[in-house]
Design a protein around this ligand. Sequence first.
Ligand SMILES: Nc1ncnc2c1ncn2[C@@H]1O[C@H](COP(=O)(O)OP(=O)(O)O)[C@@H](O)[C@H]1O
Ligand SMILES: [Mg+2]
Length: 598
Amino acid sequence: MAVGRSGAGKTTLAQTLAREAYDHNLSVVTIDAKDDAAYFLTAYPATLLIGPSTPIPVLEVPSWLSRAEYKRLITKVLRRTWWGGQGTDQVGGESMDVAYRTHDHPSIEDWRNSLLGLRHKGDTYNRVDRIDATAAKLAQLIDRYPGIGKTPAGSGLHLDLLCTSSMYFGFRIHTEVEDFLTTWLLELRLAHHRAQNIRALDTLTLIDESVLLLHENTITETASIAPTFPLLREFGIACLTTTNNYRSLPDAVKSNTTTHCVLAMSDAREQRAVCDTIGLDTNQREYLATKLAPGTFILKTAGEWQFPVLTKFDEVRTAKHISPNEWRAAEERTNQHARTAPPVHLAPREECESTGQPTPSQTTAPSASPPSRVAPVVENTTPPNTRKAALNKHCAAVMHDVDEHHLTLTTPCFHRCNVRLSEGDRAKTLLTNIGFLESHRVRTGAGRGKTGSALRLTPAGWAWLGRKPPKGTRGAGVQHEFVVHELARRIPRSTIETLGADLVIAYNTAEHQQLQNALQTLKAGTIALNDGDLVALECEVSAASKTAPCNVARDAGFALTIIATMAETEKLQRTFAETDRVMVVDVLRLLDTLREER
Ligand SMILES: Nc1ncnc2c1ncn2[C@@H]1O[C@H](COP(=O)(O)OP(=O)(O)O)[C@@H](O)[C@H]1O
Ligand SMILES: [Mg+2]
């Protein structure tokens, strides 16, 4: 982070570092709201230009994510950048399901139409309001970025390209649409790097003027990218930000900044705040306040160098703007990567699955670029033999539902598939017999008889869907995997198996009221955290008193660790009674309570 008053040289320094990153073959993602870095496009021609006509299929599910995971990613970005909290991501998620169900290769335009199609008589005011507001924002996006709004899945730029190339996203007008697109681009790259387990420094994101994305957005009360900050660094994505308003940055950003470049400052309160963070002594503070010359800054970096260093940087005069021709050339260079439109389906998909007729092999010649995995139906990448099995409507519905709800219990699954118990059971039995599905008896809640069947697709089942199974949890057995996924489904902002914990929760007072109440009800204690703090939740199914202490030790970096155990709750509560950063709760009772809290 480069901190300093306006005109202190932050942009000059930041761009010097960005050019350095380019020279080191790092991927540089530039978010430019001040239109003073466009020359990167001509200086580094491989840089993709993200602009109004760039064809990006936002609704295309990347091959390295399940559709459920991708839907969660998009609804998370929605929630963080478009007001409305749960209401918005509720209707956003539902309409995405409709778009995927009714379009082989949906575009954002299809999504918007599906959203408007959700309106029904008798809807609550709040729901109608969320539908209209979200549809209006999508309309703005489609209107101002037609290349992004109208490109169907399977065509345009391949999403992997957006996760591995340098990019320049410049805009003169900064609205929630730009927030959405920028946050989506960064969250997508993070998801890609996580899926590919890229940990070494691979990307530098330049966010010149932190007011973008990093400051609490007064409406959504969240800072679009701040909660993701710690994760970005974990997966090889560095952030270079500049700010002339240090104090109003969210804690998650301040506490995760490892290198401070302090340029001339004019506001005493700002000076004090920064000096406190980097630990300057009195003389050094005096020097900063009175003697720091243009072209110099105080460098304080975490790790090996314990002390601050006075550093010079050159004044590099660059022609910031590029000509319209150069802009068009950059557009062409970017758009030449676009794939042609995907193959058109001859028969509506539903029909195929319910007729029971073997699906006629009418696939057309595969398109040049890697296939997109939008609709798990007729894909010319799946090995020919699995395509033979045509399933009836109920079976297909169950397959898709379990794809989205890994280890779901049968009842909610049949409910979502709109099938009666008997029909659901028949479908489940058939799918189990043909080896596409397996069900596991699991404990679902505390007390007698609280067990159920958790459904999971088999590798053959995934192959039939033409998809890759999601990353399994640490092989600690189905019961463990079940409670982790059940908790993930009930706790907003939670992600499975990141940063080494079963579940990581980016704490938010408003959204985690339910969790807070549940923990209080179970006398496990009260969460006293700031928004953005990270909570680790570890599920202990067997040998809790052995594994819990290790997990607690490993999770030392988290603000709080919740041990959700199936056994020895009291013993573990005594073990961790002294420390306030560990909470122990009975996981099954927690699930029961979260279900009741709804
Ligand atoms: N290393 C430097 N040495 C001397 N002057 C500089 C240096 N960097 C920038 N400046 C001067 O400061 C002005 C503002 O720089 P800029 O990077 O845009 O500041 P900021 O982004 O902090 O507003 C520049 O126009 C330039 O004249
Ligand atoms: Mg600047």
